[in-house]
Design a protein around this ligand. Structure first.
Ligand SMILES: Cc1cc2nc3c(=O)[nH]c(=O)nc-3n(C[C@H](O)[C@H](O)[C@H](O)COP(=O)(O)OP(=O)(O)OC[C@H]3O[C@@H](n4cnc5c(N)ncnc54)[C@H](O)[C@@H]3O)c2cc1C
Length: 291
């Protein structure tokens, strides 16, 4: 049963920040409500003031600039990202990831900002955005700050947002030349929350060796986690089967998964190993085709 609340619907970012500042001790932002309403129905969250930003058009945009890269406003829906022609063309993997996130109904309401701010460790966008070196623009009444998506999640369902802060924008830089990025998740029901997900990004040097690698695990720790030990194995080398095996093994060791009704810790570690190998191999093969 949802407890009574005062419903506020600001029409600008400024108004939203004023309300957040005024009611910060007992308020919650609602965007698509796809995650928050579940918690409210369960009585886990019961804010006195609910600040609805779903219709904040100021934050509903997808912009691409050949120098600055991609900028996505926080209230942009998953479906808009999936269907954006500029994203399909310049960041195809983002559109592909969104196409597998939940049902069309949920994608039509759920926002990229809400997804990140919910802080679900198995959410799809964060691992991929970390692999793509994305940043976030946050604001409160005192001004704006920028932070890497990598630093945003602090623990299960806990983020670096302060009580009076609003996520404004997701910024995705252009990838370096000779870079390929892949993402996939393992689910029990198609398009459902990941049991485990992996994003892998590989950049080649001028020859055929790996210059930089990013391997990011979802659903495998309290927050999306970079498998840095696995990344280090690949840098400076050419991928082969023996190396791939070591990379999968290290990623699995660096994971810190839970056991729950969906999967045991051991099973998740095994999934991390397999998915990491698949994603790194796929990114490696993809980057060869770019050169
Ligand atoms: C059936 C179902 C299946 C799903 N499957 C998947 C899946 O496969 N993969 C996946 O990644 N997700 C999945 N989700 C999650 C969902 O798709 C949403 O993307 C997301 O969790 C919440 O987006 P929202 O806009 O609805 O946020 P809300 O529910 O409105 O808000 C979520 C949280 O973020 C905060 N918030 C929202 N916007 C901002 C902002 N701009 N600034 C500061 N705080 C903000 C709210 O206060 C709240 O704490 C699923 C959800 C459902 C219901």
């Amino acid at each position: 049963m949802i407890k009574d609340f005062v419903y506020l619907r600001p029409s600008t970012v400024k108004e939203t920040l004023l309300s957040l500042s005024k009611y910060q001790e007992d308020c919650k932002i609602i965007a698509g409500g796809q995650s928050l309403l579940i918690l409210m129905r369960q009585g886990l969250v019961a804010p006195k003031y609910l600040i609805d930003i779903k219709n904040l058009q100021e934050l509903n945009y997808i912009r691409f600039d050949p120098k600055e890269g991609l900028k996505i406003g926080a209230t942009t829906t998953h479906r808009a990202i999936e269907k954006s022609t500029v994203i399909q063309e310049k960041f195809g993997i983002l559109a592909e990831m969104e196409g597998k996130l939940a049902s069309i109904q949920t994608r039509n309401w759920g926002t990229i900002g809400g997804n990140l701010c919910h802080g679900e460790p198995a959410g799809d966008p964060a691992p991929l955005l970390i692999a793509l070196k994305a940043n976030l623009k946050l604001a409160n009444l005192n001004g704006e700050r920028r932070m890497a998506v990598e630093d945003f999640s602090l623990d299960y369902f806990e983020t670096a947002l302060t009580k009076d802060e609003l996520l404004l924008e997701i910024q995705v830089p252009l990838p370096p030349v000779r870079t390929a990025t892949c993402f996939d998740k393992f689910t029990i029901i198609q398009n459902d929350m990941a049991i485990v997900s992996v994003a892998a990004s590989v950049t080649l040097n001028d020859g055929t060796l790996c210059k930089e690698a990013r391997i990011v695990l979802g659903g495998a720790a309290p927050t999306p986690r970079r498998a840095t030990m696995a990344e280090e194995i690949l840098v400076g080398k050419r991928l082969d089967d023996a190396l791939l095996e070591q990379i999968g093994q290290k990623a699995s060791e660096q994971a810190e998964p839970l056991s729950d009704i969906h999967a045991s810790e051991e099973y998740r570690r095994q999934l991390v190993k397999i998915l990491t190998k698949r994603m790194v191999k796929k990114a490696w093969e993809k980057v060869q085709r770019l050169t």
